[in-house]
Design a protein around this ligand. Structure first.
Ligand SMILES: Cc1cc2nc3c(=O)[nH]c(=O)nc-3n(C[C@H](O)[C@H](O)[C@H](O)COP(=O)(O)OP(=O)(O)OC[C@H]3O[C@@H](n4cnc5c(N)ncnc54)[C@H](O)[C@@H]3O)c2cc1C
Length: 497
């Protein structure tokens, strides 16, 4: 079969590339190894409830927000069922025994923080101005001027922790501002200010939750591709990328079951996974694969799904960030110390029961070494020891959450869980990493990847290149497509709707 463009992987990045390019008249085919499309957008069912794999909330969705602009461009904004989180506290940070709300809107954020920390009013204002500055680099105004993103390397090459510390002197306030660390796999030794500020700012610019699961976003993008004549084919694992004289000729699916030809190929996979699929040839040296293998991935997230007794626990329209120790940051020492010290608690929004939480998710960072002894085992058949490990972790997380939310545990009916091994199986992310390759402020150029590769007709996309999350992956998909369509043309088309 021959197409203009083949996209390998149907994560958010792959589907967005497929949607943009099919809208622009290309004959596109997206190949996905799983039976369900969407990667981290997948939702699944347990006991009749909808559970989400990854994305729990998304930013920049208020009017004028960059992600809303993209969703409008795709023609899917009106089709998505989304709930705006609480204006006065979309995130609530529990730190040092106190509760701090993050309100939406930069001015409201400044005012609320100044109420908590009246002596730090000017410092808070300076910090928020910097966060806003980073978000302006990717705003709708940039698109209108023909740019997808205006630089930002200055912010990629400075530490998030050190920048916050240089702007803010109060120790508790520093912790509160870094309180949502799981959103960017916050690790003091590597995290860039760009990642912290972009993700934090995008939520301040309008944080929303999906009603009835994030799968709908994947499904809506699939509809766009199909309506424009493209194909999305599941249960089709790309097992080989074939090369001839520096050009990709075709991909093999399911170990040679089928071959798909195209003029251009886009890989939504981790760069290491992509390069491992390329057949041996002169362009990819062994040393390059060794270098890619040496790059570190972010920690994973262990997810506990709590299925609550019917109508027992009120729905909460915000996310809770629970910190058990006074330092919000993770450090390189933690992989050897597996205590649960941080939890992100979230309620799924269900249209059939808007007043109560049917499902509550608890997420906590987990390094791969905690589960590596079971690597290579098959999902659902990993053995009793693994099940015991997961049950103990879930119990520890419930015990910690109960201290912040008394009464929670007596209302739980069933629990399910997913470890980095589950994510490895369901998204292919090496080591079940939540956000892929770590971007290290000390060496940004080594850890940031451009969409272009050494192969003239192979492009990359997805969370590993630049910034993860719904906003980051969308911008990267646009950068990838701009390699084919031209940046100015594409940016202006999206910006001037
Ligand atoms: C637990 C968790 C919580 C998160 N929460 C949020 C959140 O609240 N908000 C937010 O904005 N972001 C969140 N994220 C991050 C966000 O989900 C990701 O950054 C984003 O969805 C990644 O998209 P992607 O396109 O890069 O790749 P992925 O979603 O990883 O998709 C890659 C796809 O490629 C497929 N694939 C792999 N190998 C092959 C092959 N050989 N052939 C064919 N297909 C293949 C996979 O099956 C998968 O479908 C979360 C992530 C996790 C893990």
């Amino acid at each position: 079969m021959k197409f203009d463009i083949i996209v390998i992987g149907s994560g958010l990045g792959g589907l967005e590339c497929g949607a943009m390019l099919s809208k622009e008249g290309f004959n596109v085919c997206v190949l996905e190894k799983h039976s369900v499309i969407g990667g981290c957008l997948q939702s699944f069912h347990r006991r009749g409830q909808i559970l989400d794999t990854g994305i729990h909330y998304v930013g920049s969705l208020d009017e004028g927000g960059i992600l809303r602009q993209y969703f409008k461009y795709f023609g899917i904004w009106d089709k998505l069922k989304m709930k705006r989180l609480d204006e006065n506290g979309f995130d609530v940070i529990y730190s040092g025994g106190k509760e701090y709300k993050y309100p939406m809107g930069y001015s409201s954020f400044k005012e609320q923080m100044a109420e908590y920390f009246p002596d730090s009013k000017t410092e808070i204002s300076n910090y928020i101005d910097k966060v806003q500055e980073v978000n302006r680099l990717i705003g709708v105004e940039q698109l209108k001027m023909g740019k997808i993103s205006q630089g930002g390397l200055d912010y990629f090459s400075v530490s998030a922790d050190q920048t916050i510390n240089s702007l803010v002197s109060n120790k508790e306030l520093r912790n509160v501002l870094a309180g949502n660390i799981s959103l960017f796999a916050g690790d003091r030794s590597v995290s860039t200010f760009y990642h912290h500020a972009m993700i934090h700012g995008s939520n301040i610019e309008g944080a929303y939750r999906f009603i009835d699961g994030s799968q709908q976003l994947a499904d809506a993008l699939v509809d766009v591709i199909r309506q424009n004549g493209g194909k999305v084919i599941s249960s089709s694992e790309v097992t080989k990328i074939a090369v001839d004289e520096g050009r990709i000729t075709h991909v093999e699916v399911n170990n040679g079951e089928e071959e798909y030809f195209a003029d251009t190929f886009i890989s939504n996979l981790h760069p290491l996974s992509t390069y491992k699929l390329i057949e041996k040839n002169k362009l990819t040296k062994k040393a390059y694969i060794t270098r890619l293998s040496a790059l570190k991935n972010s920690y994973g997230l262990f997810t506990a799904y709590l299925l609550m007794k019917p109508d027992s626990f009120p729905y909460f329209n915000y996310n809770l960030y629970l910190h058990d120790i006074e330092d919000a940051w993770y450090t390189t020492a933690y992989p050897n110390d597996t205590k649960v010290r941080f939890i992100l608690m979230s309620s799924l929004a269900a249209s059939r029961n808007p007043k109560y939480s049917d499902v509550i998710t608890l997420l906590s960072p987990m390094y791969f070494n905690e589960v590596s002894q079971w690597a290579g085992s098959v999902c659902m058949k990993r053995g009793e020891e693994y099940e015991l490990f997961k049950a103990k972790k879930v119990a520890e997380m419930i015990e910690m959450t109960e201290r912040f939310s008394p009464g929670l545990s007596s209302n739980i009916q069933f629990t399910y869980s997913a470890s980095p091994l589950t994510y490895l199986d369901y998204t292919g992310a090496p080591e079940g990493s939540a956000y892929g390759l770590i971007k290290d402020y000390k060496n940004p150029l080594l850890t940031l990847f451009p969409p272009r590769t050494k192969y003239e007709n192979l492009l990359l996309t997805g969370q590993n290149l630049n910034v993860h999350g719904a906003v980051g992956v969308t911008l990267t998909a646009t950068l990838t497509c701009a390699e084919i369509l031209g940046e100015e043309y594409l940016a202006k088309k999206i910006g001037n709707l």
